[in-house]
Design a protein around this ligand. Structure first.
Ligand code: FCB
Length: 406
């Protein structure tokens, strides 16, 4: 049932932003594990990316012009700490200018300390499979707190920990291209510890800092609604996929950040007596919901799922930011509705008692989509890959439709 069209009104102080990450937009991040994998031909080359490293001023001007009041960047750890224990003050100054420029453009600044790409020296030491990374991350977090903390409004320690671990250590599609369930679990366990230590390290320097994570969150439904096995799989997925990480860090968390992209139908079957879990991620149900949109990447996007995810997080009793939500849509014919509908469900979730404080669209600009290279186009702003020229897409108009209470 579709509800009558109404203006989307969000509470006073609500943040409407866009999100990016260093490796995906800056360009020439040569000192990390992704760059090395790119040169080895294991994943597409990122090269200059969008040259946001030099064009940040232009990008923040666009962000302001289209009506955003917030922005999420990540700092490239490999730029700040190019070798273990060596700090690059020029890069610190660069990020200071970036953060000051954001402020000058009226953007509340959310900063992620580590978004997938890691310094090569750390990758060489085993990355997050080794507990060494826990100490290293906390030290880096403390350094950023001391040197840039006065320019950061909201902190995310890490981005999508389980997705990172799954892609790199289980599916083997991202650096370090491993296939080990045990390794995946170790990485998640170590990232939990790294978050906790970094949280404490930042708070020691800046007790007033607001620190969260950007957690991948999925809305799960049973493929066969009345099938008990499918229901169990949904329960397992929620418990381990959505809740586990947050429960472990709940005492070191000032807000919950969620990245919402997926609506997954789950099913379990025992074909021919062989016990096998069958995750039907992308299969349509016969009675599939008409409002489910398919992105260019085939991802099933379901705005109402965000409402369910938000209400489910109420039990944590923390402010919530949607740190990412977006659609790959080259033709730009779905993006407006996509954003509108998600925000409509955010407004309903707020009325339902979820303490949602902001929404960051992924992404401001088309960028390097990891193993998918420059194929998927998520941007509110189109990038000409030859000239790197920026062109605002018509869908960006939707931002100005949204009303934030005075
Ligand atoms: C998320 C990542 C982000 C971007 C989007 C499309 O999983 O956090 O870097 O790639 O997906």
């Amino acid at each position: 049932m579709t509800e009558p069209e109404t203006k989307i009104v969000l509470p006073k102080g609500f943040l409407i932003g866009a999100a990016t990450s260093a490796h995906q937009v800056e360009g020439n991040n040569t000192n990390n594990d992704w760059w090395h994998a790119e040169q080895a031909g294991k994943v597409p080359k990122s090269g200059q990316a969008t040259d946001h490293y030099h064009k940040y001023e232009e990008d923040f001007t666009i962000a302001q012009d289209i009506g955003l009041n917030a922005f999420r960047i990540s700092i490239a750890w490999s730029r700040i700490e190019p070798q273990e224990g060596q700090w690059d003050n020029q890069e610190v100054e660069h990020y200071r200018k970036v953060l000051q420029s954001m402020k000058a453009h009226g953007l509340t600044r959310m900063v992620t300390l580590w978004h997938f790409a890691m310094p090569q020296w750390l990758a060489d030491k085993g990355g997050f499979e080794s507990s060494h990374a826990i100490e290293a991350f906390a030290r880096y977090a403390a350094f950023v707190a001391q040197n840039l903390g006065d320019e950061i409004d909201l902190w995310c320690t890490v981005n999508e920990p389980e997705l990172y671990a799954g892609m790199g250590y289980n599916k083997g599609k991202w650096p370090p291209f491993k296939h080990s369930v045990f390794g995946t679990l170790v990485v998640i366990k170590n990232i939990i510890q790294a978050h906790k230590k970094a949280y404490k390290a930042i708070k020691q320097v800046r007790p007033e800092a607001k620190i969260g994570v950007a957690k991948n969150s999925v809305y799960y439904e049973p493929y066969r609604r009345n099938n008990i096995l499918d229901q169990i799989i949904v329960w397992v997925s929620n418990t381990f996929g959505n809740h586990y990480f947050l429960e472990r860090i709940v005492h070191e968390l000032d807000f919950i950040g969620i990245n919402y992209y997926f609506y997954n139908l789950m099913s379990f079957s025992l074909p021919d007596g062989v016990r096998e879990m069958n995750f039907n991620f992308l299969k349509n149900r016969p009675e599939d919901k008409p409002e489910v949109m398919r992105s260019d990447m085939g991802w099933r996007t379901y705005p109402k799922g965000l409402y369910h995810v938000l209400l489910d997080l109420k039990k944590f009793n923390k402010p919530i930011y949607i740190t990412e939500n977006g659609i790959a849509n080259a033709r730009d014919d779905m993006r407006k509705d996509f954003i509108r509908e998600h925000l409509r469900w955010v407004a309903r979730a707020i009325r339902g008692g979820a303490d949602v404080r902001g929404y960051f669209y992924w992404s401001l600009i088309d960028n390097y989509e990891w193993a998918d290279g420059y194929g998927p186009l998520f941007g509110l702003v189109e990038i000409n890959r030859e000239t790197l020229e920026r062109k605002v897409r018509p869908s960006a108009e939707v931002i100005k439709e949204i009303e934030i209470q005075k």
